[in-house]
Write a protein of this length. Structure first.
Length: 337
């Protein structure tokens, strides 16, 4: 990449950094249709970006201008590597400060990619990248620890990234199967008796896990793997008595597991397996007086060095921007301690 950065002396009226991009075709892709990519960077970082031929002028205060320049350079590097730019990629570069996160996944071993400093997850349908520093640390932990916890509010990618990592390890031959589980606990509602067989009754609780899988694997392949039991999606209660070997195991919504259920689940870990526990301590739906297994596991296991505890905040929310503001408002109103 050969980008010229020309910074003229600042004037009282404006301060500008000029970036020069050698490939006009890539510059068109960088700007996006009707310059919408530039508009997203301008809106998020509070700068003005002017396009002049093969140059982009970034106007704003020193810190914002510097961040915008790094983001634009990182996005251009993505295009040079043959990768596309979409709103999610732009958001990720803005959150990560435009840091160089590699030039794209190659056909090699996913584990080697992570050990080499590149933090991306390759699945059948898409390349998944962390968008915040907390997500980056979490994704590394998923590939370097046999047991990892992801704790934080909704919308921070805890389950999504865990399932992506499981799919990546599965298609790479590192594990023989994927097992996804969550407690079948109603979220503050009484739904009554559901019709149908056991699968019909529990599937509504498991739907978020199906949604994540279908984002990473073709639908027909998901159905075939489920039929062959190489992918299992089951309530937490179905884990009792099993030893889960050579598997990537995810327990979602772990805050709704009781202390006894959590101990039962953690002790299912077998040879060649990896286990991920995700949950949100602010969304416990257990009956009053019942201890959350996630909180107890955090208290009892935090001193074990081979485990990884990864925490997220509202700043890591990657859903609609309003979700982060809603979480912050609820957190601010929560009683201290």
């Amino acid at each position: 990449m050969a980008i010229s950065v020309l910074t003229p002396p600042p004037t009282p009226e404006s301060e500008e950094t000029t970036l020069e991009f050698p490939d006009n075709r890539l510059l068109v892709d960088l700007c996006g249709e009707f310059d919408r990519n530039l508009a997203q960077v301008e809106d998020k970082l509070g700068v003005q970006i002017l396009r002049r031929g093969n140059q982009l002028g970034v106007i704003g205060e020193d810190e914002a201008r510097g961040r915008a320049a790094m983001v634009l350079e990182a996005l251009y590097a993505r295009l040079e590597a043959g990768r596309e730019i979409d709103p999610g990629a732009i958001d990720g570069e803005i959150r990560m400060g435009g840091s160089d996160r590699g030039t794209g996944a190659r056909a090699g071993d996913q584990m080697e990619l992570f050990q080499g400093g590149q933090v991306e997850i390759k699945t059948r349908k898409k390349l998944v990248e962390p968008r915040t520093e907390a997500q980056k640390a979490y994704v590394r932990a998923l590939f370097t620890h046999e047991l990892a916890f992801g704790i934080g509010p909704a919308g921070t990618g805890k389950t999504y990234l865990a399932v992506a990592a499981g799919v990546s390890l599965f298609i790479g031959g590192h594990v023989d199967r994927i097992i996804l589980s969550r407690p079948a606990v109603e979220a503050g509602e009484r739904l009554g008796f559901l019709p149908g067989d056991m699968k019909d009754k529990v599937d509504p609780y498991m739907q978020p896990l199906y949604d994540a899988l279908n984002d990473f694997l073709p639908g027909k392949q998901v159905a075939k793997l489920i039929e062959e039991k190489r992918i299992e999606i089951a309530p937490l209660a179905f884990m009792r008595g099993r030893t889960l070997s050579n598997a990537f195991v995810v327990l979602d919504e772990a805050q709704n597991a009781t202390a006894m259920q959590m101990k039962m689940f953690l002790t299912r870990l077998g040879e060649g397996s990896r286990m991920v526990i995700t949950g949100d301590r602010s969304q416990v739906d257990l009956p009053r007086g019942v201890t959350s297994g996630l909180s107890e596991a955090e208290r009892l296991l935090k001193a074990i060095p081979d485990l990884s505890f990864n925490y997220f905040t509202a700043k890591d929310v990657v859903r609609h921007p309003l979700v982060a503001k809603i979480i912050e408002a609820y957190d601010a109103d929560a009683p201290s301690g």
